[in-house]
Design a protein around this ligand. Structure first.
Ligand code: MHQ
Length: 263
């Protein structure tokens, strides 16, 4: 019976032999939302309270005066921190850890940056086009010394547009799980298994949007997926350019996880 099922630990394999029930989907949503909440660097309320904290002209100038390699190293460390939270999130998505190790790595290699960029929209203030970075809100000009203005502009544009959808934390949690569980990623050994885990997460997202009476969001969210892919490609392209100029910085000063994922 339903009430009995509610006390059983969540079993991601259930859908192999039975149709997912709405209770199963509710449990899955709740579990993903909890995982999201436990693995975000800042809570939504904290970010809301910090909205007024912007960098001063002097502080911006200090960032702009950094050398290209110094600023790249700094951002690579920040990005890697954010990726680490996403890895923790992935591990807590029901069904993810039951995938073989290779497929878990393949999904993280291609998907963790995409999730970082979706999560970046939580840290974005559309009123002044700033993002929460190093404990204050920063505009694009702060990243000038990276010498990749086109990438920064595209990242801010993406965050701005995603922000405009005004996703709830629940919607974002399940959407980011879906971004990770992409059965079209290269080098997957067991695509069908990824597809099966994904199918239930898709049902969870539809279910949440239905409850929120926002079913039109589904199409808008799916529209962002190819944009995410192109932003990640641009990041890799910039990294190749940077590595040619500063091979030793990448080799000895960039975080190992960053090199493993993008190098
Ligand atoms: C933070 C929020 C946040 C804010 C800004 C230099 C390099 C490795 C690549 C984000 C190109 C630059 C950064 C803006 C690019 C990848 C940089 C520019 C978590 C980290 C995050 C998302 C930063 C990640 C790295 C970004 C995207 O709470």
């Amino acid at each position: 019976s339903g009430s009995e099922m509610g006390f059983r630990p969540f079993d991601p394999e259930r859908s192999f032999f039975s149709y997912p029930t709405s209770l199963h989907i509710e449990e899955l949503s709740a579990s993903i939302v909890r995982s999201h909440r436990e693995t975000t660097q800042y809570r939504a309320e904290e970010l809301q309270a910090l909205r007024w904290k912007v960098f001063s002209r002097e502080e911006i100038h200090a960032y702009q005066s950094k050398s290209v390699d110094e600023m790249w190293q700094h951002c690579a460390v920040r990005l890697t921190d954010a990726v680490q939270y996403v890895v923790e999130f992935a591990k807590r998505i029901p069904g993810f850890r039951q995938l073989c190790q290779n497929d878990q790595i393949a999904l993280l290699k291609s998907g963790s940056m995409e999730v970082v960029l979706v999560r970046m929209s939580r840290m974005f203030n559309t009123e002044n086009n700033t993002v929460f970075f190093d404990c204050k809100f920063a505009g694009t000009e702060l990243f000038k010394s990276l010498a990749c203005g086109d990438l920064i502009a595209a990242l801010f544009d993406f965050a701005h547009n995603l922000c405009a959808l005004r996703l709830t934390e629940q919607q974002m949690a399940v959407f980011t799980a879906l971004v990770l569980l992409n059965a079209d990623r290269p080098c997957l050994e067991d695509r069908e298994r990824v597809q099966r885990v994904r199918r239930d997460v898709e049902l969870a997202l539809s279910h949440i949007l239905h409850k929120d009476n926002q079913e039109s969001l589904l199409h808008k969210l799916y529209q962002r997926v190819p944009v995410l892919k192109s932003l990640c490609a641009l990041h890799i392209e910039k990294l190749r350019w940077f590595r040619q100029l500063y091979p030793l910085t990448v080799h000895s000063l960039f975080p190992p996880l960053y090199k493993e994922l993008f190098g």
